[in-house]
Ligand binder design. Structure first.
Ligand code: R5P
Length: 294
């Protein structure tokens, strides 16, 4: 197997290649003045299985196109099998028709990747794992929550209360709880499909005087974590922290969360950011090793 670190995940890709002890294929990459992407594989990959590492955080459309171009180049130049490793998979939240007339964006993306030459896909904490069943190739998601929880445990957060902002994220809090050893719970979150406006309801959670860590798959504008943090502060939490797998941090998300009373945010390098304190490289390396041996 050879690793192709894509332009959006160069460092992470090189780290993964080093961890599993395989060659990282150099990629010549440029953007034309009109915005189009160009890629060229600068090594032979004939008859090799290759894994392209390319996250698809914003600018997601450009990064998805780069991933498709790399897959095409790999297949065109003789790769036996192409696996797309997409640490953050864009468009995964539009996984069904919420309002009549909409596209199911994530299914469109999967079909596009298949057409480009992708044979299988591995991602980290996709928004809803069930979307992968609709993909036209074998796909799996691995969870970085245990890595985040281990990191927090080492920093002294044992027995902290693990909170999910909604019931869909409860399994993340439960997964964290198995490592932190405290309690867990969730809030009620609703989003208006037309306006995008978020409402969050307080629930009877016993967080008075406790350290609370809010776990979520991703932080985009920061609205979800900020709302949950305010509810926790009002409920008498001693201190509130936030942990997420994909720190997209759109606009002033980080400030918004800190202004809501969160002491610290911890994220992974699935998306490179100021809070990427935990690396998903070992997690992805293990998934790749399993793929190699299976
Ligand atoms: C949605 O259900 C996701 O799990 C996140 O909670 C959400 O996308 C975060 O977005 P924002 O940071 O804009 O509230």
């Amino acid at each position: 197997m050879k690793i192709i670190p894509g332009p959006a995940s160069k460092q992470l890709g090189e780290k993964i290649a080093e961890l599993i002890g395989v060659e990282a294929v150099p990629l010549v990459f440029k953007t034309y003045p009109d915005g189009e992407s160009y890629v060229r594989l600068d090594a032979t990959i004939e008859n090799d299985d290759v894994a392209i590492i390319q996250t698809t955080s914003p600018p997601q459309d450009t990064r998805l196109m780069q991933l498709a171009l790399i897959a095409d180049a790999a297949k065109r130049h003789g790769a036996a099998k192409v696996t797309a490793i997409v640490p953050y998979l864009a468009y995964a939240r539009q996984d069904k028709v919420f309002l009549k007339g909409e596209a199911v964006s994530i299914e469109t993306i999967a079909r596009m990747l298949k057409a480009a030459g992708v044979d299988s896909l591995i991602t980290v904490n996709v928004h809803e794992a069930k979307v992968l069943k609709k993909f036209p190739f074998p796909s799996k998601t691995v969870s970085a929550i245990p890595l985040l929880a281990e990191y927090l445990k080492k920093k002294g957060f044992e027995k902290a209360f693990a909170l999910a902002p909604d019931d869909g994220a409860l399994w993340l809090a439960e997964e964290a709880k198995t490592i932190l050893g405290g309690e867990c719970g969730y809030l009620e979150k609703r989003r208006d499909y037309y306006t995008g406006k978020l409402t969050m309801e307080k629930k009877e959670l016993d967080v008075y005087g406790k350290t609370v860590i809010i776990f979520d798959d991703l932080i985009s504008t920061g609205g979800t974590i900020a709302s949950a943090a305010k509810i926790m502060k009002t409920a008498g939490a001693h201190s509130v922290y936030a942990a997420c797998v994909h720190p997209l941090f759109i606009g002033d998300a980080e400030k918004r969360i800190l202004d809501a009373g969160v002491e610290e945010i911890v994220g992974t390098d699935s998306v490179s950011s100021s809070v990427s304190k935990v690396s998903v490289a070992p997690l992805i390396s293990n998934a790749l090793k399993e793929l190699k041996s299976g």
